[in-house]
Design a protein around this ligand. Structure first.
Ligand SMILES: [Zn+2]
Length: 838
C-alpha cells in the first residue's frame, strides 16, 4: 500500500497547523480556483513582525493572486510587550504566533531568518556585526532559492532613512541576496537542495515617510492602487490588512479598516526595469512550465462552470487539472499548485477531517487516545481507504464509504514512538548568542514554527483517484464563555522540573529555601531530585526521593541552600534522575486568546545572586503599567508588595506604604492614572517615595505637572549599548550611596540596553547623578532623576530595570533598592552614613 503515499498531501490548515481548518464558502473557493491560473510570486522583506505592509501583501495575494510570502529577519524578541510580562525569547515566540495569525487572515506564507532581535539598534553596522552578517545572508539566500520569488519588495530603504539598524540591514541583505542567490558558488550546500534562483527585480516599497515628494509620476516608481474591493471576499484589502495587523496585539497595533483607493509606491532598485506592473516581463502563466500548455483552458473552464450552490460539481474538472499538474516535471510551481488544487478539492467536498487527543501532551512512548471525525458534505463519491501516522506507528487499511453529511467517527489508542523530539520551539532548544539563534537541523532554517508533533495522513479514493489529506493532532475543549477551543498536541518530557523563582537573592550568609515542583506527564514517575550548586554552596537535604503515581500529579520539595560567603552571580539547577535518565526541563506555558497555546521547555535553572544588598522600608505599593516583573523582584529583595488596584490608591492606604513604584509605561496604559497623580504626589510631599519607570511620549499629553512635581520633558533618547560606560557624575547623590554603595562595577552584566525614552529636559529641582551614551552620541543624562518634594522623594527612571532584575543583574538590584529606599536616606541615617564616608 505504501506507493499510494507518493501523492502530495493537503494540509488541513494551509498556514498553521495549530488551528482547525476553516471551511471556505463558495465565493472564496471560486477565488482559489481562479488563483490556479496565476504563476507569479512576491517576497516581502523586512526586519520585525509588524513591519510588513499587510495591505500590499493582501492585495498581491487576493487581487493579483500571486504566491506571496513575508520574510521577517527577526521574531521581534527585543521589543516591548503591551499585553503581558513576557520579554525577549518569550516575546519573540508570541510575536511569531501573532505574525502567523496575521498570515492566516491574509493567506500569505511566512519565513524567518535565525537573527535574534537584540533590541533597538542605531545603525546597520552594529546590527550586521551582532547578527553575524554571513549567517543571516545565507538564510535570506536560502529563502530566495526555496521560494523562488519573481519580485522582491523591501519595506525599508537600504540606508539611514530606515531609522532602526535592523530595518536598514533587512533591506541591505535583501539586495545583497538578490545578486548572490543565482551564484552556485555561494552557499553551495543549499544549491544541492534547492538549486539557484534569480529574482526578476527588487523594489523598495517606499512612501511619504521616506520620500516626501513621491507620486505616480516619479521616475522609476510603479504605483499600484491596493485599496480595491474584492467582491468574492466582501472586503477591501485595507480592511483585510486591518484585521491581520490587529493580530500584533503585543505591540498594540489594533487598526481600523479603511475603504477607498490607496496608492502604494514601489521604487525600482534592482534587476530588470518595470514600467507599469511589478510583474512586467515575468511570465505569470502556466506557459512558464514545460508541458503545462493545456492547463490554463482547463482552469478557465472550471471557473466558468463553477456552481455556487454545488462546488462539488467542479470536482471532475479539478481532478483533470490535478492530473495535468502531476504529469509536470518537479518544480517549485508544481509543488505549490498541487497543494493549492488539493486544498480546493477538499474545500469543494466540504470535507472536514479532525483528529483530537484526550490529553494535550504526552511523553515519548506514551499512549494516546485519539478521536477521529471525518465528514463529506457533498454528493461526490468518497471512500476512506487508509490512515497513517509516523509518530504513532499507525498504518491501517480501511474501506469506509463517506455518504453525504454522514459523519464517520471512531476512536483509537496507540503509543507514541520512543525517539520523538520534544515540541518546544526549535530555535529555542539550544543556547543562542546575542544576535543569532542556534538551529542544528538545517532543514528547519527559515520555517516559522515546528512541524506538528503528530500528523495523520488520510487517503481517500475519489472518482478512481487517490486523494490525501494531512491533519495534525490537536486537543479540543469547550470553554463556557469562549466556546470551542483547540491547542496543539505536544510531546514533552515525562517529568517537568520547575524551580520556584527565576532569581534567588542570598542577601547574607543565611540559608534560604529553594523549592522545586515536579509535575508528571505520565503515570508512575519515580526517582530522585537534587540541586546543582556552585562550589562552596550546599543543599539540605542533598536529594529527595519522589513518587508521582498519576499523570499530571505535582509534588513540591523544599531544599535549604547555604550560600558561600563571597558575593557571586551564579545559577542553581535542578535535575531529576529517573529510570537511569536525567531530566532537567522546566515547563513554561504562554496563553493568549489570539494565538495558540505555546509551551516552552527551558532548562531548570535559576539565577542565584549572593549579594550584600541592603534596603530601607518594608512595604512598597505597586501600580501596574504595561506589565513587568518588578513586584516579584521587590519581594525577592525582602519588601512586602501591595499591588494596588485603582480604587485602593487612597491617602489612607498610602499611609501604609513606604514607597510607590509605577509599572513601565503606566502613564501610557492606565488611562485613570492622571486622576490618582495628585494623591500620589501628596503622598510624596508628606514623606513618601514615588518611583516612575519609563513611559513613552507618543499619544500622551504629558503636562509635566500631571505626573511629576516639577516639569520634565520626555524624549526618544535611549542608550541601547548595554555595556556603554556609565559615568557617575554626582558621586555624593544619596541614590548612589545609601543603603548600598554604587560603583561603576554595578553597571556590569546588564542586558539588551541601558534604558529608553530618557527625559531630555528637567527643572533645576532634579538631580541627575548618572550620564551615559551610545558610541558617537552626545551624553544622555536623563536616565535617573531624583528630586526632593516636600519631605519625600520623587524618582523618574528610564533605566531598564524591567529587563535587568528578571535577568538577575546584581548591580541593578542594588541601585533599585537604593531608589525604593530613597525616602529613608534623607532621614538621620543618611547623616550617619555621610560622616562614615568621610
Ligand atoms: Zn520594525
Amino acid at each position: 500500500m505504501r506507493y499510494l503515499f507518493l501523492l502530495l498531501a493537503v494540509v488541513c490548515s494551509t498556514v498553521s497547523y495549530s488551528q482547525t481548518h476553516r471551511q471556505p464558502g463558495s465565493s472564496e473557493i471560486k477565488l482559489k480556483i481562479k488563483k490556479l491560473n496565476f504563476l507569479g510570486s512576491v517576497l516581502y522583506v523586512a526586519a520585525h513582525p509588524d513591519d510588513e505592509n499587510t495591505r500590499a501583501i493582501s492585495y498581491f495575494i487576493s487581487d493579483q493572486l500571486a504566491a506571496t510570502a513575508y520574510l521577517a529577519m527577526t521574531r521581534g524578541d527585543g521589543g516591548q510587550n503591551l499585553i503581558g510580562p513576557e520579554i525577549r525569547d518569550q516575546l519573540g515566540l508570541i510575536r511569531t504566533q501573532e505574525l502567523l495569525a496575521a498570515r492566516r487572515i491574509d493567506g500569505g506564507q511566512q519565513f524567518f531568518t535565525r537573527a535574534n532581535d537584540f533590541g533597538y539598534s542605531k545603525n546597520w553596522q552594529e546590527t550586521l556585526a551582532i547578527w553575524n552578517r554571513d549567517e543571516i545572508l545565507s538564510d535570506v539566500v536560502r529563502v530566495y532559492r526555496q521560494f523562488e520569488p519573481d519580485v522582491i519588495l523591501t519595506r525599508f530603504p537600504p540606508d539611514a532613512r530606515a531609522g532602526h539598524g535592523h530595518h536598514t540591514a533587512s533591506a541591505m541583505l535583501a539586495i545583497e541576496a538578490f545578486d548572490k542567490s543565482n551564484d552556485p558558488a555561494i552557499f553551495p550546500d543549499q544549491v544541492k537542495s534547492f538549486g539557484v534562483w534569480q529574482p526578476k527585480r527588487l523594489f523598495v516599497n517606499t512612501g511619504r515617510w521616506w520620500n516626501q515628494t513621491v507620486n505616480e509620476g516619479t521616475p522609476g516608481v510603479v504605483t499600484i492602487n491596493v485599496g480595491t474591493y474584492n467582491t468574492l471576499l466582501g472586503k477591501s484589502y485595507s480592511e483585510i490588512a486591518a484585521e491581520s495587523r490587529t493580530q500584533h496585539k503585543s505591540q498594540g497595533f489594533g487598526s481600523p479598516g479603511r475603504r477607498g483607493d490607496a496608492p502604494e509606491y514601489f521604487e525600482f532598485t534592482k534587476g530588470e526595469k518595470a514600467q507599469k506592473n511589478i510583474f512586467d516581463g515575468v511570465n505569470t502563466t502556466w506557459l512558464r512550465l514545460k508541458g503545462a500548455e493545456k492547463i490554463p483552458a482547463l482552469v478557465d473552464q472550471a471557473v466558468a462552470e463553477f456552481k455556487d450552490e454545488d462546488p462539488s460539481a467542479s470536482i471532475g474538472q479539478l481532478l483533470k487539472i490535478r492530473k495535468a499538474i502531476s504529469a509536470l516535471p518537479t518544480s517549485v510551481w508544481k509543488t505549490r499548485k498541487e497543494a493549492e488544487i488539493n486544498q480546493v478539492i477538499q474545500d469543494c467536498l466540504g470535507l472536514y477531517v479532525e483528529t483530537t487527543a484526550s490529553l494535550f501532551w504526552a511523553s515519548p512512548g506514551g499512549k494516546i487516545k485519539t478521536n477521529f471525525e471525518i465528514i463529506n458534505r457533498s454528493h461526490a463519491p468518497l471512500t476512506l481507504v487508509q490512515i497513517d501516522s509516523k509518530q504513532l506507528s499507525y498504518d491501517s487499511v480501511v474501506s469506509s464509504v463517506l455518504k453525504m453529511n454522514s459523519p464517520l467517527a471512531f476512536k483509537s489508542e496507540r503509543a507514541l514512538k520512543e525517539d520523538l523530539t520534544y515540541s518546544d520551539p526549535y530555535w529555542l532548544r539550544e543556547p543562542h548568542t546575542q544576535g543569532l539563534f542556534t538551529v542544528k537541523d538545517q532543514s528547519l532554517i527559515g520555517t516559522p514554527e515546528n512541524q506538528p508533533a503528530v500528523l495523520f495522513d488520510f487517503t481517500f479514493s475519489l472518482m478512481n483517484e487517490q486523494f490525501q489529506v494531512q491533519c495534525p493532532l490537536v486537543y479540543k475543549w469547550t470553554d463556557p464563555v469562549k466556546g470551542e477551543i483547540t491547542r496543539p498536541f505536544e510531546i514533552v518530557p515525562p517529568i517537568f522540573v520547575n524551580l520556584g523563582k527565576p532569581v534567588y537573592l542570598f542577601l547574607d550568609r543565611a540559608q534560604k529555601e529553594v523549592s522545586v515542583v515536579l509535575k508528571s506527564s505520565k503515570e508512575n514517575c519515580e526517582g530522585k531530585v537534587e540541586l546543582r550548586l556552585p562550589k562552596g554552596w550546599s543543599a539540605d537535604p542533598a536529594f529527595f526521593q519522589f513518587k508521582l503515581k498519576k499523570n499530571g500529579e505535582e509534588q513540591q520539595f523544599a531544599f535549604k541552600v547555604l550560600p558561600g560567603k563571597d558575593e557571586l552571580t551564579t545559577s542553581i539547577e535542578a535535575v531529576v534522575t529517573m529510570d537511569n535518565k536525567i531530566y532537567d526541563r522546566s515547563l513554561l506555558t504562554i496563553q493568549y486568546d489570539h494565538i495558540p497555546t505555546q509551551t516552552l521547555l527551558p532548562k531548570a535553572s535559576s539565577k542565584a545572586l549572593r549579594i550584600d544588598l541592603k534596603k530601607e522600608g518594608s512595604v512598597v505599593g505597586y501600580i501596574n503599567g504595561a506589565g513587568d516583573d518588578i513586584p516579584s523582584s521587590l519581594r525577592n529583595m525582602g519588601f512586602e508588595v501591595w499591588e494596588m488596584k485603582d480604587e485602593e490608591i487612597t491617602p489612607a492606604n498610602l499611609k501604609k506604604v513606604d514607597a510607590v513604584v509605577l509599572g513601565i509605561r503606566a502613564l501610557n496604559t492606565n488611562e485613570r492614572i492622571r486622576h490618582f497623580m495628585p494623591t500620589l504626589l501628596e503622598f510624596t510631599k508628606e514623606g513618601g517615595t514615588l518611583v516612575a519607570q519609563y513611559n513613552n511620549s507618543f499619544g500622551l499629553e504629558l503636562d509635566a505637572d500631571k505626573f511629576a512635581p516639577y516639569p520634565l520633558t520626555l524624549s526618544r533618547d535611549r542608550v541601547t549599548q548595554e555595556d556603554s560606560e556609565v559615568r557617575i557624575v554626582k558621586p555624593e547623590n544619596p541614590l548612589l550611596n545609601y543603603p548600598n554603595k554604587i560603583t561603576a562595577k554595578d553597571f556590569d552584566g546588564w542586558v539588551q540596553e541601558r534604558g529608553l525614552y530618557f527625559p531630555s529636559k528637567w527643572a533645576p529641582e532634579y538631580e541627575a547623578p548618572l550620564s551615559m551614551n551610545d558610541t558617537g552620541e552626545p551624553a544622555r543624562d536623563g536616565s535617573l532623576l531624583v528630586a526632593k518634594y516636600g519631605s519625600g522623594q520623587y524618582v523618574y527612571t528610564s533605566l531598564s530595570f524591567f529587563r535587568e532584575l528578571p535577568e538577575g543583574v546584581a548591580g541593578a538590584y542594588k541601585l533599585f533598592a537604593n531608589i525604593v529606599s530613597a525616602g529613608k536616606s534623607s532621614k538621620p541615617e543618611k547623616v550617619k552614613i555621610k560622616s562614615k564616608l568621610k
